[in-house]
Design a protein around this ligand. Structure first.
Ligand code: UT7
Length: 330
């Protein structure tokens, strides 16, 4: 009997309307469009604005698009995993809020906190629930409202991040060789020194001091993160290729986390991978943390063909990183 695989049967994505350009940032911090463009490749990013709007708002939009495209009702969802570091609240989890807002009465869900690698962790976990035969319709969402944890006085971080999210509906298939085939996921907790939020957790609960010291924002020491990102993504891609007896020429699309165009270029160059087959939307959306990978697929979906071999790769806070190999099934 053929192995059950998780195939992607619908893709959703959402970015807010409000645009924050490099020229806007020039008026907010000591920076220039030229610096941001040459150092990161980012020209603009989206910002979620409006009373009561948070990460679940974007997650709901993603799920609604998925349901519409697939022509199914919310009641048919079995499970939803939401990758995010900017959940609406510390608890409850945002997955449950999304399920409630879309009216999914028969589903359960939970959040995964793995920063920029969160979507790969969620996709891999969701696929296992399908492969095991436990569930038939699992939605994985990656969404972050980074504007809620970015200090718009810190020029080293506020230029990078934006808000947005995307997701996949996963369903079982026994058609040989399609769907989510393999993942290599990694973590090194010592990397927390370089990328974290200092306060708001149990280590340092919110206090007037933590607010005055600006400790509820992303802290990043960019250089070590940059280096570890390149080596981490390249090594997991190489291992994944070897484990699946593939060469780089077999791959139709590389979908890298959109953190910095220079990181993306270094990864492609180290792998000798053609740039025109690398999915890019960093110039428009910046780094949406857990949102970047599904947002790329959402934007490039009409260029994908059945049988396309795709590698998704990410690196982020934790440190967390990894790569996933999938074969497009639609
Ligand atoms: O997605 C999660 C994982 N995160 C990442 O993958 C991000 C990895 N890191 C990076 O992308 C880059 O390290 C940054 C974009 C964050 C910074 O770029 P960089 O080329 O590493 O710059 P740098 O930190 O070495 O700074 C170079 C100079 C410094 O000035 P001095 O010391 O040379 O005088 C900075 O103060 O650029 C200065 N600088 C800026 N100048 C204008 C830093 N930020 C800015 C800015 N505008 N926005």
């Amino acid at each position: 009997m053929s192995k059950i695989r998780a195939v992607i049967t619908a893709v959703g994505g959402f970015v807010p309307e409000d645009v924050l350009t490099n020229f806007d940032l020039e008026k907010m911090v000591d920076t220039t469009d030229e610096w941001i463009t040459t150092r990161t490749g980012i020209k603009e990013r989206r910002i979620l604005k409006g009373e009561g709007k948070a990460t679940s708002y974007m997650g709901v939009k993603v799920v609604e698009e998925i349901l519409k495209k697939r022509g199914i009702s919310p009641d048919e969802i079995d499970m939803l995993i939401c990758a995010t570091v900017t959940g609406d609240m510390v608890f409850p989890d945002t997955a449950n809020t999304i399920l409630d807002k879309v009216g999914a009465k028969n589903a359960f869900g939970y959040d995964i906190n793995a920063a920029c690698s969160g979507f790969l962790y969620a996709l891999t976990t969701g696929s296992k629930f399908i492969e095991s035969g436990t569930y038939k319709k699992v939605i994985v969402v990656g969404a972050d409202m980074m504007s809620s944890i970015v200090n718009y006085n810190d020029r080293t971080t506020c230029i990078i991040f934006g808000d947005g999210g995307g997701g996949f509906l996963l369903e079982p298939s026994v058609e040989e060789g399609y769907g989510v085939i393999d993942s290599i996921l990694k973590a090194d907790g010592s990397g927390r020194a370089y990328l974290h939020m200092k306060a708001g957790g149990s280590l340092k609960p919110a206090s007037s001091d933590s607010v005055n010291n600006m400790e509820h924002y992303v802290y990043q020491d960019g250089k070590p993160v940059f280096k570890a990102a390149v080596t981490g993504m390249v090594s997991t891609i190489k291992d994944l290729l070897e484990r699946n007896q593939l060469s780089i020429e077999d791959i139709d699309w590389l979908v890298p986390h959109q953190a910095n165009m220079r990181i993306i270029n270094s990864v492609a160059e180290m792998l000798d991978f053609p740039k025109e087959k690398v999915m890019i939307n960093i110039h428009k959306f910046g780094n949406t943390t857990a949102g970047t990978l599904p947002l790329c697929i959402w934007e490039y979906e009409n260029r994908l063909k059945k049988g396309d071999k795709i590698i998704l790769t990410a690196f982020g806070g934790g440190f967390t990183w990894g790569s996933t190999y999938l074969v497009w099934n639609k």
